[in-house]
Design a protein around this ligand. Structure first.
Ligand code: MLC
Ligand code: AMP
Length: 501
């Protein structure tokens, strides 16, 4: 029977350890066996889930992977939910994706039961049954990931099995993944950094993933110091947090960390700009020269500094294998010359299929077969360097992409607030920090920042909450009456340079 390549490859590593988590470890054979049983349980007598969207609300441990593979092997589309989302945010995803079932665990079920009941969506645990599994073509959708963009509500990015396979093949080749690799996973599993670059690449290669749960710097340092890993992948904010640990520790404590990091065969940074100063600091502390790469939910990874060769600070390197990249100027001309900024456009088998149920937006995001990323870059001495983003309404905070419009819409529900503009301000820890500038309603008192954050907690995930609040008499607007965000940033006394500093 033809089966998904990821599954077929796992059979070759049957006795190797695939996953290690608090609950113990799982070999590839066990992962295959458990996910087959869970797939049959999900099918419940049907022959194929035929792309039905099944959401996962599960902690990032082996159970998550069993459920993910089960959905795939039963012919379904996996929709991983953020564990930090509010009910309102889940509500959007469950409705937009037309989710039919949510797989969850005993400890999480209480958080989503009411919502599922109100939407008529069934909840289930990863079970076990026996039965015949369908053949699933690589061209079928396997994953639906929700990503914020220039629209207020997140959009569902439809990723086929073939897309993931192409993304993974490219990274396995570029970064030389092998069955002897061991990598810690502490990134969330509703985004591609954790899901594809760490988990899928490792399982494709027969490597071992140690699932550590949410990022905990002390735990990560403790495990790294034992020499447990060969590879390490993180967002810049995590490197900032690790540097802070080095700074706070006496030399006798940090020396084994430094030595162990120095021994890893590769450390990667991505999902947001890695400041050159942080690149230098990390190398000074550990001897490791971080490899920075650039990617996006819609395309997987596109650009990377080389494994062998110059890893240039402040740069994202060159197109990855199998990925075509071009820069396009505002007049629709492809830029060939160095040092001229243009929008990054990407083409290749890793590029997503479409935004779920959004034909017009899907069409508008492509120029023929080229996906328009909205990111602006230049080529300098042969390497791409990210300059920023076209949209002022996208904020990258700690590696999460946030929509300023979504945050504004939530804040505008506050009865004391008449107008609101949300911008990202440069921030040493988060890359960009969310700042809200508001105009009060006549005669109303806008709450202070802590109270406003608390008020927003029912509406927004904690990482979307504003970290700064300014109350003004009026927002700067252009002749059309549109708020001019660069002016807002200036009002706050910050240089306007979102994305890359
Ligand atoms: C946590 N907080 C954040 C935040 N993460 N605030 C802003 N931005 C963030 N990213 C909030 C917490 O809710 C808490 O608020 C307070 O900050 C302190 O939290 P913390 O304990 O210090 O932070 P921590 O929980 O350790 O999280 C930091 C982090 C996390 C960096 C580990 O943000 C993270 O996992 N980021 C990675 C996201 C990711 O995987 N992105 C990849 C997208 S894919 P309070 O109010 O509770 O005190 C992509 C494509 C590509 O981008 O190229 O890879
Ligand atoms: P997401 O939509 O969450 O997948 O985030 C993708 C976005 O993250 C890209 O469009 C970029 O804006 C940003 N990004 C990813 N990697 C880098 C990087 N190395 N440098 C700067 N920005 C990056």
């Amino acid at each position: 029977m033809a089966e998904l390549e990821l599954i077929a490859r796992a059979r070759r590593h049957a006795s190797a350890t695939a996953l290690v988590s608090a609950a113990g470890s799982l070999s590839y054979a066990e992962l295959l066996g458990r996910s087959a049983g869970a797939a049959a349980h999900l099918l419940d007598g049907k022959t194929d889930l035929a792309g039905a969207r099944i959401a996962l609300l599960l902690a990032p441990d082996a159970e998550f992977v069993v459920a993910q593979w089960a959905v795939w092997r039963a012919g379904g589309t996996c929709v991983p939910l953020s564990l930090q989302a509010t009910a309102a945010e889940w509500d959007h995803v469950l409705r937009d994706a037309r989710v039919t079932k949510v797989i969850t665990s005993d400890s999480l079920t209480g958080r989503i039961r009411e919502l599922c009941d109100s939407l008529g969506i069934g909840m289930l645990r990863t079970g076990f049954a026996s039965g015949v599994l369908p053949e699933v073509a690589e061209s079928r959708p396997g994953t639906l990931l929700y990503t914020s963009g220039t629209t207020s509500r997140p959009k569902g990015v439809v990723i086929t099995h073939a897309n993931v396979a192409a993304q993974v093949r490219s990274l396995v080749e570029a970064w030389d993944w092998s069955a002897s690799d061991r990598i810690p996973l502490f990134l969330p599993l509703h985004h591609i950094h954790g899901l594809t670059n760490v988990l899928a690449c490792a399982l494709w290669s027969g490597a071992t993933v140690e699932m550590l749960g949410d990022f905990d710097a002390d735990r990560v340092l403790e495990r790294v110091a034992t020499g447990a890993y060969t590879l390490f992948m993180a967002v810049p904010t995590i490197y900032v947090k690790l540097v802070a640990k080095f700074d706070a520790a006496p030399a006798a404590v940090s020396a084994p960390w430094a030595h162990a990091f120095g021994e890893l065969r590769l450390m990667v940074s991505g999902s947001a700009a890695l400041p050159a100063s942080l690149h230098a600091r990390w190398e000074a502390l550990t001897g490791q020269r971080l490899l920075e790469r650039y990617g996006m939910t819609e395309i997987g990874m596109a650009l990377s500094n080389p494994l062998q060769g110059e890893r240039r600070p402040g740069s994202v390197g060159l197109p990855l294998p199998g990925v075509d990249v071009r820069l396009m100027d505002d007049d629709g001309q492809v830029i060939e010359a160095e040092s001229q900024p243009g929008e990054i456009q990407v083409r290749g088998p890793g590029v997503f299929r479409d935004y779920f149920g959004r034909e017009a937006e899907s069409a508008a995001s492509f120029d023929g077969s080229w996906f328009r990323t909205g990111d602006v870059a230049v080529i300098e001495r042969g390497y791409y360097r990210i300059m920023g983003r076209r949209s002022v309404d996208i904020i990258k905070s700690g590696g999460y992409k946030l929509s300023a419009l979504e945050i504004e819409a939530a804040i505008l529900e506050h009865p004391a607030i008449a107008e609101c503009a949300v911008v990202g301000l440069p921030d040493d820890t988060w890359g960009e920090a969310v700042a809200a500038v508001v105009v009060p309603r006549a005669g109303q008192q806008v709450p202070a920042l802590p109270e406003l954050r608390d008020w927003c907690r029912d509406r927004l995930s904690p990482y979307k909450l504003p970290r700064r609040l300014d109350i003004v008499a009026a927002l700067p607007r252009n002749a059309m009456g549109k708020v001019t965000k660069p002016q807002v940033v200036k009002m706050l006394g910050e240089p306007a340079a979102p994305g890359r500093r």
